[in-house]
Design a protein around this ligand. Sequence first.
Ligand code: ATP
Ligand code: MG
Length: 295
Amino acid sequence: MRTVARAGWVRRAISVAGGPPRVCWDEGVRSRWRVKPGERVRLADIDPGSTAGAPGGRTETSAALPALHVALADLQDRLWAESRRSLLVVLQAMDAGGKDGTIKHVFQGVNPQATRVTSFKQPDAEELKHDFLWRVHRAAPAAGEIGIFNRSHYEDVLAVRVHHLVPDRVWKARFELIEWFERQLVHGGTTLVKLFLHISREEQRRRLEERLTRPDKRWKFRHSDVEERSHWDQYRVAYEDALTRTSAAHAPWYVVPADHKWYRNWVVSRILVKTLGRMDPKYPQPMEDLPATIE
Ligand code: ATP
Ligand code: MG
């Protein structure tokens, strides 16, 4: 209900504004957290509690969000109308890293019809009979859509590596396969944004504990999350390798400090608005001659 009401508010704001809403900002936040191609990522050097570049604390930064929601909704409307290109947002994080919360908060106000969210769990029996990209390619966004991957093909060089689900040579070969797969998507008109939500081990403990104590969070608790936590260091190494090996100009990774949810939402929103803004989707010309009036 809340989302619907907010979505309505965003739509009204757009129609009142008429043109694309102006969002005041600099390139700083986006380039600050982007993994430059060839750069070796060391997560220990990136503070998960950082709020660098934010307009202020929680209150001021959260107050900047509605304008970004309006801008995102407006750009999505154009992308959908143009129907030639698509955006794919890949979300990865340790357990309790905030993937679900990011989707809920950042994409409020976007048109559900033009948005496709896919959550990748452990592959089922049928998926395991195919190559690892089979299920992923099927979920890629069509022209006009924003696709959101809640986990992704990167699990095949993360969870699969940490749990030794395939021989080393198999997951090692996947970095190159992923690069070519993503090139193929780009060639087909998709823009990729890959986001690693970076939380500290302490913040993960706090959030998993919250899943024990808060009645509205208990449903999320999984013993497997606690088991996965014991592999924190192996996941860190696997993430560092994946981010280092696969951040490319055509498919950049961003490491988003995510201990503060309000900062995470603001950074992700800015990255998406900037990326879509650069794509500059346009309303197409009418398909037919327009009559002067309707009788
Ligand atoms: P939450 O953050 O709410 O816990 P989640 O994304 O962790 O959500 P779960 O159902 O708890 O969802 O976990 C999905 C699990 O599936 C993860 O542990 C992930 O590593 C695993 N997974 C996803 N893709 C693959 C894959 N290709 N191979 C092996 N495991 C995978
Ligand atoms: Mg989980």
